[in-house]
Each structure stands twice: as structure tokens, then as C-alpha cells.
Design a protein around this ligand. Structure first.
Ligand code: G3H
Ligand code: ZN
Length: 278
């Protein structure tokens, strides 16, 4: 079922739990995440990035498929637009029925990020849709890893007050699209941000973070944990193993099915690491 993002993420923050947020690229991702949520007995976020929408030619096909999977599931699921830099995509996501959006103005200077994000908040809140924004650019979106960037707590407090966002992505040591889990986080900064900011904090680029550090991040105060590359690695490895064991198979349902079930197992495991199931 589609669930209220505030209910899912804010209640997890209050209880010290994490919420897994996993990126949908193919419909198999959404199916795997729904099955994992049902198996683990908790909610999660399925998110579609601007880049994934671009890959499919537009947002509607993959967003409507993901919404259908979420609505048919017995688990509480949020369907979220991830890293939208294009305002028009936010408008489209709201019209399609996605119930949460991330407007990513992190490349803008502070004043421009505040102004653009506040406008998105006005539009989304009028439709009952929740908004995540980013302050302090988490690197790696352009393939260049930049784990050194940090969000300043005082600036983050001002940003949340000035924009009215419902969740904030912060830079605390991660970088997007890492294929090795070697990142170490600034846990003191996470604790400081958690104490200073009233909305849930979002960890981007979590694929590069090892299991024990992910658990520590949740314990220090991160709530929504975005994981994408790691699951694509899981899916790709399962498909590669399937193809090399059975090279004659041409039915995509066979090899995509192997990739999908590998993702189910890994998401169930990750939800435990994130303390999402407690
Ligand atoms: O917004 C999506 C995430 O930040 C995922 O990043 O691919 O490095 O896990 P990742
Ligand atoms: Zn991200």
C-alpha cells in the first residue's frame, strides 16, 4: 500500500530506526523491494531518479509501474522522486501520484538553493506531497568521488527553517556510486545535525558504506538511507552467474528473475542492518 512519507520516516526518526530507500530502475527492482518489505515486515521507500526517468524516455512509465507495485503490496511503501534538478519533473511526479519528491538544488549557491527549494515546497505541500532537499553536495553524481564535502549544522538549521522541507540530505562523508564499501562517516557531525535539525536526515551514496558503519549512522541519527549501486551490483552479479551457468537461456524472465530474487534477499538483510525492522 502507498503510505504517508511523514508517517514512515518521521516515526522511524522518533524511534531511532532507519528507513531503507532503494532506487528503482527496472520494474524488477520495485517487485524485489515490495517482496523484501513484506518479508521483513516493515515499510520502505522506492525511489526513481531523474536519471532513471531519462533512461526510460520519461517519468510516467516507470513511475506508474512502481506505484502499481506499491499499491498492490501489503507493506507500507513511499514512491519518491530522487535527485530532481528539473522543476518540471517535480510537477510531473506530483501529477502521477508519487507522494514524495526530492528537489536537488545542491549545485546552486545557498540563496538560490533556498529560493528554488522553497518554491518546490509550496507546490508539493499544496498537493499533500512531502519534500526532501539537499544541502552540501554529496559527490559522485558526475562520477567524481568527493567524500570530503560537509554540511554545516548552522546553515542546515537556517535552510530547513527558510524552506519548510520535510527531510534533509546532508554531506557527512559519503559519495555516490561507489562500488567498494570503504567510506567512513563523520559520526560526530551526524549527531550534531540530528540534535540541531527537526526533520529526518537522509544519507545519500550509502552503497559505499560498510554494514557496521550503516548501523552506526542510524544510531547516530540518520534516518532515510539511500542505497542504489550496491543493489545493482547484487542484481548484475546474479544475472552474470545465471548466464554463465546457463548460456543457452534467452528468456529475460529467467535471468532477470535471478537478479530480482538476489535483490530480495539483500534488501531483507539490509533492512536488518538499518534497524528498520525493529
Ligand atoms: O539517491 C540515491 C542514492 O544516494 C544512492 O547512492 O548509488 O551510491 O548507493 P548509491
Ligand atoms: Zn543520492
Amino acid at each position: 500500500m502507498l503510505t504517508d512519507p511523514i508517517e514512515l520516516v518521521a516515526s522511524a526518526r522518533a524511534a531511532g530506526r532507519g528507513v531503507g530507500a532503494f532506487n528503482v530502475i527496472q520494474v524488477e527492482h520495485a517487485e524485489a523491494f515490495a517482496e523484501a518489505a513484506e518479508r521483513a515486515g516493515c515499510g520502505l521507500v522506492m525511489q526513481i531518479s531523474q536519471n532513471a526517468a531519462k533512461y526510460h524516455g520519461s517519468l510516467a512509465p516507470i513511475a506508474l509501474a512502481t506505484l502499481a507495485v506499491a499499491r498492490e503490496s501489503s507493506a507500507p511503501i513511499v514512491v519518491h522522486l530522487d535527485h530532481a534538478e528539473d522543476r518540471a519533473l517535480v510537477t510531473q511526479a506530483i501529477a502521477l501520484g508519487m507522494n514524495s519528491v526530492m528537489y536537488d538544488g545542491s549545485k546552486l549557491d545557498y540563496a538560490a538553493n533556498v529560493a528554488a527549494t522553497a518554491e518546490v515546497v509550496r507546490e508539493a505541500h499544496a498537493a499533500g506531497v512531502s519534500v526532501e532537499a539537499e544541502l552540501g553536495e554529496v559527490g559522485g553524481k558526475d562520477g567524481v568521488h568527493a567524500p570530503g564535502v560537509r554540511t554545516r549544522p548552522s546553515e542546515a538549521v537556517d535552510f530547513v527553517g527558510a524552506t519548510g522541507v520535510d527531510a534533509l540530505a546532508v554531506a557527512v562523508g559519503t559519495s555516490h556510486a561507489m562500488t567498494e564499501r570503504t567510506a567512513s562517516l563523520d559520526l560526530d557531525l551526524i549527531r550534531e545535525l540530528r540534535a540541531a535539525i527537526r526533520v529526518p536526515l537522509v544519507l545519500h551514496g550509502s552503497s559505499g558504506v560498510p554494514d557496521d558503519e550503516l548501523t552506526r549512522a542510524v544510531e547516530a541519527g540518520m534516518t532515510k538511507i539511500n542505497i542504489s549501486t550496491h543493489l545493482n551490483k547484487t542484481m548484475t552479479a546474479a544475472i552474470a552467474a545465471f548466464m554463465s551457468a546457463q548460456p543457452g537461456i534467452v528468456d529475460p524472465r529467467k535471468y532477470l528473475g535471478a537478479g530480482r530474487s538476489a535483490m530480495v534477499d539483500e534488501v531483507v538483510r539490509l533492512l536488518g542492518v538499518l534497524k528498520a525492522t525493529r
